[in-house]
Write a protein that binds this ligand. Sequence first.
Ligand code: NAD
Length: 503
Amino acid sequence: MSSTETPELLGHYIGGRERAGSGETLDVFNPATGQVEKKLACALDAELEEVIHAASLAFAAWRNTPPQKRAQILFRYKQLLEANIDEICQAITAEHGKVLDDARGELIRGIEVVEYACGISELLKGEHSKNAGPDIDSWSEFQALGIVAGITPFNFPAMVPMWMFPMAIACGNTFILKPSERDPSAALLLAKLFTEAGLPDGVFNVINGDKRVVELILDDTRIQAVSFVGSTPIAESIYQRASKTGKRVQALGGAKNHAVIMPDADLDNAVNALMGAAYGSCGERCMAISVAVCVGEETADKAVAQLASRVKDLKVGPGTDIENDMGPLISADALERINDYIEQGLDQGAELVVDGRNLQLAGNEGGYFIGGNLFDRVSETMSIHSDEIFGPILCVVRVQSLDQAMSIINRHEYGNGTCIFTRDGAAARYFSDHIQVGMVGVNVALPVPVASHSFGGWKRSLFGDLSIYGPDSIRFYTRRKTMTQKWPAQGDSEGARFSFPSS
Ligand code: NAD
């Protein structure tokens, strides 16, 4: 966009159509240039009212739509998403900054959730017991909740919303999505395509804005459940505030993911995997590996040497150039925060083996770029180890045993993902069994569960009882109802019984 053009104004998606916003606006930047490319209107109270009205009107018919009819719409949606993959990925890269191939990866993982949701007829089948008592049959069914909402972070503008709404909608709910204000365009495109696939108006809505809009959603008693993904302090406050109004809540928070490298690991394989897991998407992934825990000095020396040369070779630049490994960070604030953490690491005594700061890219001087950074000799108490940094910094911690590595991981406040690189099956099994983390990889650095399993961390990485997508999503987005039914034969009356009914 040239400096004389007026930025496009983004609004909302309500009742099956785009709706211009009238509230105050926020800037949406292109992180590769630092330019404001779009403006985003924050929803006013009246607009939230409108969206709740649309979702509420749509609910009665949608809940009664047979699951296989819902699945037919989901099938068409999957096809439309695939046909429009390039446009959605361009929108992601323009606002998030990640390289196009990475945007494609996240969208495909989101489409996999749509595919899983296509099996809703099977997934929603209830439970039945004939002759639960004399002449008594009993069954449980799973009923839609009503209007449910999703609040999502900037780092996966398509995939994280798709962790939520396809399953919620397949279960018969209507959905209100509040995407990140930093990269909202992908969500608006996803909504438009769902309407094109035949989704009735009002079943899927997008309302834009920041904290204020989130608070309106949390406090509205007509909304039955909230799925949240974002940073831990916000996740915790969302969990508490939404629970107070009686909502069902799942709030997924931040992370600090460790990879253990054992002395017997295939080091080439481990280093390859760590490069993608630590620096892919500029480290802005909740499953990013940000700590490599090397068991033994020799393992650490070799790993650091290999990593250092690979980190120096990372190609950093605009995400639209397919040659690049890493795009920019999301914002100027993020760049400042990450530079600050590098200073803290140095002050606290860690050894900065590769320094990616002060990266200047000709033609993209205003972009939020930073190169890859590698710290060695990091200790457990340093802030670069204890805090989630959410940037391209990999910390190497040196330990002498697997137990020592596991203690460090188990003491950490987060418990999202972890992995071990080893050739020793017994060590891998011991690690998987005893590590206090929700998603574990063995020779897999990013153990993000496939759509038919659920995604969720432990400890302060998830507030709530149920993980997101997969089988847990059926439980989260429905309410169990259990029926007990008896049809006594004519004249077969038992008379009054005052003891508690039992078989
Ligand atoms: P964030 O917590 O700043 O924002 C997430 C959402 O909450 C956004 O929609 C935002 O508008 C809203 N929000 C922000 N501040 C708020 C407030 N004070 N009150 C109410 N709502 C508020 O997160 P982010 O920076 O967009 O995303 C990065 C974070 O998300 C990282 O911590 C990352 O680990 C986490 N994340 C976690 C997972 C997971 O599955 N556990 C997945 C992706 C991202």
